[in-house]
Ligand binder design. Structure first.
Ligand SMILES: Cc1cc2nc3c(=O)[nH]c(=O)nc-3n(C[C@H](O)[C@H](O)[C@H](O)COP(=O)(O)OP(=O)(O)OC[C@H]3O[C@@H](n4cnc5c(N)ncnc54)[C@H](O)[C@@H]3O)c2cc1C
Length: 131
C-alpha cells in the first residue's frame, strides 16, 4: 500500500492548490480525483461559463454599434469544441504543475476508511501519515 504525507481528495482549485503547495514543501502527496483535474471551476463552472459569456457579450457589443447589422449563424458545436480545447489547455497546465512538484495524481473515487487510510475505486489504498 503506497504511503504519503498527505492524501487530498478532489482536484478542484482547493485540492490542486493544496497539493502543489505541499509538493513545493517537499511532502509526498497523492491527489485523488474521480472525474476531471481542475474540478468544477475549470471544467464546468467559472472558466467555461466566462468563455461563453465573453462570446455572447462580444456579439451583443457588435450589435449595439451604430450602423452595424449582423446576420449571425452560431455553430454551437464549434463553440463547444473551442471551449473544451481551452479547458484541456488549462487542466493540462494544472496537471503538469502538480507532477512537476512530485504530486501523484490518482484517478478514481476516494473513500475514507479511517483517519490514515483512503481507498480509491474500491481497490487501491493510500495511507496518509498521522499528524
Ligand atoms: C457556473 C459556475 C460559475 C462559477 N464561477 C465562478 C467564478 O467566476 N469565480 C469563482 O471564484 N468561483 C466560481 N464558481 C465556483 C467555483 O467553481 C467553486 O468555488 C470551486 O470549483 C470550488 O473548488 P473546490 O476545489 O472546493 O471544489 P470543486 O471544484 O467542486 O472540486 C472538487 C473535486 O472533488 C472531486 N471529488 C469529490 N468527491 C470525490 C471523491 N470521493 N473521490 C475523488 N474525487 C472526488 C470532484 O470530482 C471535483 O473534481 C462557479 C461555479 C459554477 C457552477
Amino acid at each position: 500500500m503506497p504511503e504519503y504525507d498527505a492524501v487530498i481528495i478532489g482536484a478542484g482549485p482547493g485540492g490542486y492548490a493544496a497539493a502543489i503547495r505541499l509538493g513545493q514543501k517537499g511532502k509526498k502527496v497523492a491527489l485523488v480525483e474521480k472525474d476531471r483535474i481542475g474540478g468544477e471551476c475549470l471544467n464546468y463552472g467559472c472558466i467555461p461559463s466566462k468563455a461563453l459569456i465573453e462570446m455572447a457579450n462580444s456579439i451583443h457589443y457588435l450589435r449595439s454599434l451604430p450602423g452595424v447589422s449582423l446576420d449571425l449563424r452560431i455553430d454551437m458545436e464549434r463553440w463547444q469544441e473551442w471551449k473544451w480545447n481551452m479547458i484541456r489547455r488549462l487542466t493540462g497546465g494544472v496537471e503538469v504543475l502538480c507532477r512537476s512538484y512530485g504530486v501523484e495524481i490518482v484517478q478514481g473515487e476516494a473513500r475514507i476508511v479511517d483517519r490514515n487510510t483512503v481507498t480509491v475505486g474500491g481497490e487501491g489504498h493510500c495511507r496518509a501519515a498521522t499528524s
